[in-house]
Design a protein around this ligand. Structure first.
Ligand SMILES: Cc1cc2nc3c(=O)[nH]c(=O)nc-3n(C[C@H](O)[C@H](O)[C@H](O)COP(=O)(O)OP(=O)(O)OC[C@H]3O[C@@H](n4cnc5c(N)ncnc54)[C@H](O)[C@@H]3O)c2cc1C
Length: 408
């Protein structure tokens, strides 16, 4: 993490949401002298940050809305077993977001999004190495690279745009044949013949424990942890803000909305419009059994991340645009289990748990990080989509810099 450049002694800041984003912001602001209240209705880290794949994917500069994705939209509506699914009944609700998503596939918008993502991702691996050391948990981060797998050259070509963007932004990777794949990960089944290896990428081996350690560091440094559901944020005179939770209202100099996929519920009443949709993702976690991978392995044709977590192999992925209210469709987690068992031998009899989380997604993939226009003292930190673990520290730096500059 960057060293404190200016102190914020006495500034009172509410950070709403104790996922990886809010946790990092609270820790960062506390280190820089702010009086922080970190407010979450749930145990910190139990939202989307709980069950993700932990990949610190600094080179993922290609937005979701690449031209090839457009061709898959009709299939999204039809196939509940596909990697992308939109239940037809949710289409009218998703339509405005989808329309923006489609216009984000214009070449100039892809270039602009990639540049914004590269700027936010910059230095992510080094920043997480430094933070895990500072927290005294260096073992939670493994820098063993990420291996992306394809059945053949044709499948790799479908992702050519994303690899070209990685190259353009200066990321190093190596193409591997079957022998190269097996040399790194001997358990990979014969379906996969072509690999792309990003040697310097890293993985957090227990995202939930990581968030909890960051929250603890914040509270050891003086942040107050409040377990309450925030119902309303209200602007007051003299650029102060009132935050209402339970039967309490409290006044702050600054409020940071880091409430993940739920952020619109707090911002809409203030007239602050975000284009945010939940991309529901699932994981299946194998409890024990063989360690079939030793690093993040991406089954790229099926959009599944297989990760060696501290507590067993986790297979995460799939996108379901179905909103915040419907119950999880655990058949989608079952699909991840089937794909993982098909790819790696030895998991057939191993018990597993299933989980669903709400990725907060913008149409152009670029997170919303900064001041809420026209609302001095109100800050937004959400929309991190598939890359919230990766971008958490850069986000915290940007928000802390903004709050401190505004305070001086
Ligand atoms: C299957 C899957 C795999 C993923 N893999 C990766 C990966 O490998 N690498 C990566 O970088 N990212 C990954 N992600 C994305 C990453 O998990 C998210 O971007 C990130 O967790 C978002 O963090 P957040 O803090 O914004 O949201 P959350 O973790 O959801 O936190 C938001 C918090 O706000 C709280 N909250 C909401 N409303 C209120 C309210 N009104 N009052 C009080 N509290 C409130 C919630 O309780 C919650 O704790 C993955 C996601 C999924 C689903």
């Amino acid at each position: 993490m960057s060293s404190p450049t200016s102190a914020a002694s006495g500034i009172e800041v509410a950070v709403i949401g104790a996922g990886i984003i809010g946790a990092c912001i609270a820790h960062h602001l506390t280190r820089r002298g702010a009086a922080v209240s970190l407010i979450d209705r749930d145990e910190p880290g139990r939202g989307c940050s709980y069950g993700n794949s932990g990949a610190i994917s600094e080179s993922s500069v290609a937005p979701m809305a690449m031209p090839g994705v457009l061709a898959s939209i009709p299939g999204m509506l039809a196939d509940p077993r596909g990697p992308l699914y939109l239940p037809p009944a949710y289409l009218p609700r998703a339509a405005p977001w989808l329309a923006r998503f489609i216009t984000s596939t214009r070449a100039d918008r892809i270039d602009a999004a990639a540049a914004s993502l590269a700027a936010l991702h910059a230095g992510a691996v080094d920043k997480h190495i430094a933070l895990t050391r500072e927290l005294g948990i260096p073992e939670i981060l493994a820098q063993r690279g990420h291996l992306h797998l394809y059945p053949d050259r044709k499948a790799l070509d479908k992702d050519a745009g994303a690899w070209a963007l990685r190259k353009r932004f200066g990321f190093a990777f190596e193409q591997l044949d079957r022998a190269g794949i097996v040399a790194l990960e001997p358990q990979v089944g014969p379906r996969y013949q072509v690999g792309m290896f990003l040697a310097d990428h890293a993985t957090v081996l227990n995202p939930f424990r990581y968030v909890q350690a960051i929250v603890k560091a914040g509270s050891d440094g003086g942040a107050k942890l409040v377990r309450q559901d925030v119902s309303r944020i209200t602007p007051l005179a003299e650029r102060r803000w009132q935050v209402q939770y339970g039967t309490t209202t409290q006044t702050f100099d600054h409020v940071v909305v880091a409430a993940g996929a739920w952020s619109r519920r707090l911002l809409d009443p203030l007239g602050v419009r975000l284009h945010l949709e939940s991309q529901r993702g699932y994981h299946v976690q194998f409890l024990g059994g063989p360690k079939v991978v030793s690093r993040t392995v991406v089954l790229a044709d099926r959009k599944v991340f297989v990760t060696p977590m501290e507590d067993g192999i986790r297979a995460g992925g799939t996108v379901e645009i179905g909103g915040l209210s419907r119950p999880p469709n655990l058949k989608r987690a079952g699909l991840l289990a089937r794909i993982t068992r098909e790819t790696f031998a030895g998991l057939e009899q191993v018990e597993s748990t299933q989980w669903m989380g709400h990725r907060p997604c913008t149409p152009d993939t670029v997170p919303v990080v900064g001041a809420a226009p026209g609302n001095p003292g109100l800050w937004i930190a959400t929309g991190h989509g598939h890359l919230g673990m990766t971008d958490s520290i850069s986000t915290a730096e940007r928000i802390a810099d903004g709050v401190l500059q505004a305070a001086h």
